[in-house]
Design a protein around this ligand. Structure first.
Ligand SMILES: NC(=O)c1ccc[n+]([C@@H]2O[C@H](COP(=O)([O-])OP(=O)(O)OC[C@H]3O[C@@H](n4cnc5c(N)ncnc54)[C@H](OP(=O)(O)O)[C@@H]3O)[C@@H](O)[C@H]2O)c1
Length: 189
């Protein structure tokens, strides 16, 4: 059984879907959940549902920094887990995807993830424990037509598998853990 101190988690992308379900699900299981969302109305809604909600837009460094500071100020500088979940999919034939939309997706799905993770690794390293969960996709293992951009999806396909083993090796040498999930279709429409 984990101590109360180690049952804290920051989740990105809690406005809907997996992030929303995990925020409520983990809270029901006794975790102290910091549920983040990028839109103010979603932060307000999550708060009204009893969650500790805060703004975090992966495209905006200031909100990443502020969210991390806010969480740490409420937990005496400690955090057990980060769930990198926030991201978005882009449907379309590869030949139709402009650099502009691909760059925007990389900003959110890869660089935002990277920035947030890098802010929290030193905290976890110093406290001597921690877990980083990367919500990847089964599409990292299997290709689908019109889902080409999904393979440049941050916490997933093309980018995570190459970077994850390296990160895990570094973290495990310091008793930190990284989990990579290969989520399949949740069936939500
Ligand atoms: N559902 C599946 O079957 C499935 C399968 C494989 C992998 N996944 C992965 O699971 C994760 C969640 O997917 P989901 O199905 O739950 O989709 P979803 O309901 O669309 O949730 C995506 C979340 O990411 C947030 N997000 C988007 N851009 C963001 C940004 N710039 N900063 C912060 N948050 C941002 C969205 O916020 P807004 O509401 O503000 O846009 C939303 O809260 C994604 O990484 C997805 O690729 C899902």
């Amino acid at each position: 059984m984990q101590s109360k101190e180690t049952r804290t988690i920051l989740i990105t992308g809690c406005s809907s879907g997996i992030g929303y379900a995990c925020a409520h699900g983990l809270r029901e299981r006794g975790y102290r959940v910091f549920a983040s969302a990028r839109k103010p109305e979603d932060v307000e809604r999550l708060s009204s549902e009893g969650l500790e909600a805060l703004p975090l837009d992966l495209d905006d460094s200031a909100t990443i920094r502020d969210a991390v500071n806010q969480v740490l100020s409420r937990t005496q500088g400690r955090l057990y887990a980060l769930f990198n979940n926030g991201a978005y999919m882009q449907v379309g034939a590869v030949e139709d995807l402009s650099h502009t939309v691909l760059r925007a997706q990389l900003e959110t799905n890869l660089l935002g993830w990277h920035e947030l993770t890098c802010r929290l690794i030193p905290i976890m390293r110093n406290q001597g424990y921690g877990r980083i969960v990367q919500n990847s996709s089964v599409l990292g293992l299997a290709a689908l037509a019109y889902r080409g951009a999904y393979r440049v999806h941050g916490p997933s396909p093309a980018t995570m598998p190459p970077t994850s083993p390296g990160l895990r090796r570094i973290l495990s040498s310091r008793r930190l853990d990284q989990v990579l999930t290969w989520t399949s279709d949740s069936g939500r429409r």
